[in-house]
Design a protein around this ligand. Structure first.
Ligand SMILES: C[S@@+](CC[C@H](N)C(=O)[O-])C[C@H]1O[C@@H](n2cnc3c(N)ncnc32)[C@H](O)[C@@H]1O
Length: 292
């Protein structure tokens, strides 16, 4: 790693600003939404074994938009059940955003939210210390495994927290996405690997296979407009580049050779294509559904 660079994740408010832009410039949330509308109902139809209360665990839920969509599908597929929703989210700011979203969302009367302001590793050690495994009917980890060091051990632990018929849903950039191409090539020069692992669906699949897990895989098409990254002085472009490289103020702090190589690669056919005068990054998402 180059010494002038630090992880975007250490600057929490820049991270949240960059994340908002990151969401806005891509079809990622739309692709997840389509998946939630078309595929999730079938996936969740068998959870719960007919119980009147379902226990759900959201890991790295951020500001909660995807979580609430998942909850509404669970409510539709299991009418009248009570839902206990545990949220493991280390960012205070994201928890506040999530709470504000709940306050303006109707139809959540049968849902209890319990907040755990911590990482999934910290939550894992809480559960382990309790001695008795807390069990869940549905666990999701959406766009969060990048921040988890031991993905194999984490997947093994949280799979062991599934109730009979429970499911674990994982989503992250697929091994075919433009970012994953960049990370494979430059990951060792980007900062710092104890906060952000440059991993993709390829590594998750490897971990699940080595665990002998029973899982189903989906590849969701998604794109990101990265035109602004090449507009001189554009703050939007700078923040986007920060998120793509997970580096704080990448354009300013990256060594010039690394910056130029990454900017050139982002425009190469392995990562992107031009459509209607816009530079569009391949942003496909890998979704894995692990069964108990
Ligand atoms: C890219 S956001 C995804 C948010 C949400 N799941 C979504 O898809 O919109 C990643 C979230 O994971 C949280 N996070 C980071 N490290 C984590 C960890 N070790 N354990 C749990 N959550 C973590 C971050 O604070 C952030 O809110």
């Amino acid at each position: 790693m180059e010494s002038s660079m630090r992880s975007l994740y250490v600057d929490k408010s820049r991270y949240v600003e960059a994340f908002r832009l990151y969401v806005k410039t891509s079809t990622e949330h739309r692709s997840m939404q389509k998946f939630i509308d078309s595929q999730l109902p079938e996936i969740i139809s068998s959870i719960g074994d007919g119980k009147r209360t379902l226990n759900i665990l959201g890991i790295g839920s951020g500001s909660g938009e995807i979580d609430l969509q998942i909850i509404s599908k669970i409510q539709a597929s299991h009418p009248g059940v009570r839902i206990n929703n545990d949220i493991v989210e280390p960012s205070e700011e994201q928890i506040l955003n999530y709470k504000e979203l709940i306050a303006r969302t109707p139809g959540l009367d049968n849902v209890t939210f319990t907040w755990h302001k911590k990482t999934c590793q910290e939550y894992e050690s809480d559960i382990t210390q309790e001695g008795q495994h807390r069990k869940y009917d549905f666990i999701h980890m959406i766009q969060v495994l990048y921040y988890v060091k031991e993905i194999r051990a984490t997947l093994e632990f949280y799979s062991s927290c599934l109730e009979p018929n429970g499911k674990l849903l994982i989503a992250l950039l697929s091994g075919h996405s433009g970012c994953s191409v960049l990370w494979k090539k430059y990951g060792s020069r980007l900062p710092p690997n104890d906060l952000y692992m440059y991993i993709s669906g390829a590594e998750v699949e490897e971990a699940l296979s080595s665990l002998g897990a029973k899982y189903k895989k989906y590849e969701l098409e998604s794109y990101r407009d990265i035109t602004e990254c090449f507009v001189e002085g554009s703050r939007t472009g700078e923040l986007l580049l920060d998120f793509l490289t997970e580096t704080c103020d990448f354009k300013k702090n990256a060594p010039p050779d690394l910056r130029d190589q990454i900017l050139a690669d982002l425009q190469s056919p392995a990562c992107s294509s031009t459509r209607n005068g816009k530079l569009i990054l391949k942003n496909s998402i890998g979704v894995f559904v692990v069964e108990e």
